[in-house]
Write a protein that binds this ligand. Structure first.
Ligand code: 5FU
Length: 250
């Protein structure tokens, strides 16, 4: 089995995207490839929960608590990933990203987009996000049962490569390209493989990072529903990190 480059080696690659290199560095420093998905509807709860050791947060924004989250991100050195899943025409996504109620581009380091509308979605987002040093993940595969994206996965990789000045990686189930500049992030992760009752499918950190070659595990309820969230987060961090070390042969 071929040895893989470490996160810190990849952080030094030339022409790497600013948020990608920052993310790779933080992961190595914190020894954590865990992205906590903060799917809570109460902003106070989210602020409290942000103190646990994670690299980034996936925030479904409901109120104007952004400044507090930004301050926490700075203090605890994590990146903010708004899981907004943009999927409209070039002009509209630009407005959705930088304007409106949430002004996402002003505070979220990373966003994601569906490739369905074609490259225009990336051009629109890039126009607003690139000058601010933001990055985007293309949603290449989903963890939901019977999703359709596998049908055009190859086209998505090509689209990402053609827009690698703004696309920093993928939401996916497994590694899609050997190009080390791209970061692969995988949702649908729990300690035990299985699913929820609504079509979500789960695989383990070891399977995702070691066998499937993905870089980051995205965990929501595995941590949120635990009685001790900090303890659960540490469990996922360790499991994801051990799988990474095994992968790079450390
Ligand atoms: F793009 C995707 C996907 O394919 N599957 C997902 O589960 C995104 N997600 C998000 O990851 C989903 O919207 C939740 O915010 C999170 C998974 O949460 P869970 O509680 O770990 O199932």
């Amino acid at each position: 089995k071929k040895l893989q480059l470490s996160y810190s080696d990849r952080a030094e690659l030339p022409n790497l995207h600013p948020p990608a290199s920052k993310l790779l560095k933080i992961m190595e420093e914190k020894q954590s490839n865990l992205c906590v998905s903060s799917d809570v509807t109460n902003s106070e709860e989210l602020l409290q929960y942000s103190r646990i050791n994670s690299n980034l947060q996936s925030v479904h924004v409901t109120t104007t608590f952004i400044q507090k989250v930004q301050a926490l991100a700075e203090k605890h050195d994590f990146l903010i990933f708004e899981d907004r899943k943009f999927a409209d025409i070039r002009n509209t996504v630009k407005h959705q990203y930088e304007g409106g109620l949430y002004q996402i581009s002003s505070w979220s380091h990373i966003v994601n987009a569906h490739a369905v509308p074609g490259p225009g979605v990336l051009k629109g987002l890039s126009a607003a996000g690139k000058p601010l040093g933001r990055g985007c993940l293309l949603i290449a595969q989903m963890s939901s049962q019977d999703h359709w994206l596998l049908l055009f996965c190859v086209a998505q990789v090509q689209m990402a490569e053609e827009h690698s000045d703004f696309v920093m990686g993928f939401i996916c189930g497994s590694k899609l390209t050997e190009r080390p500049e791209f970061i692969h992030m995988t949702p649908g992760v729990q300690m035990q493989a299985g699913g929820d009752l609504l079509g979500q499918q789960y695989t383990t950190p070891e399977e995702v990072v070691y066998n499937k070659g993905s870089d980051v595990i995205i965990v929501g309820r595995g941590i949120l529903a635990a009685s001790d969230r900090a303890e659960a987060a540490e469990l996922y961090r360790k499991s994801g990190w051990d799988a990474y070390r095994k992968r790079v042969g450390q």
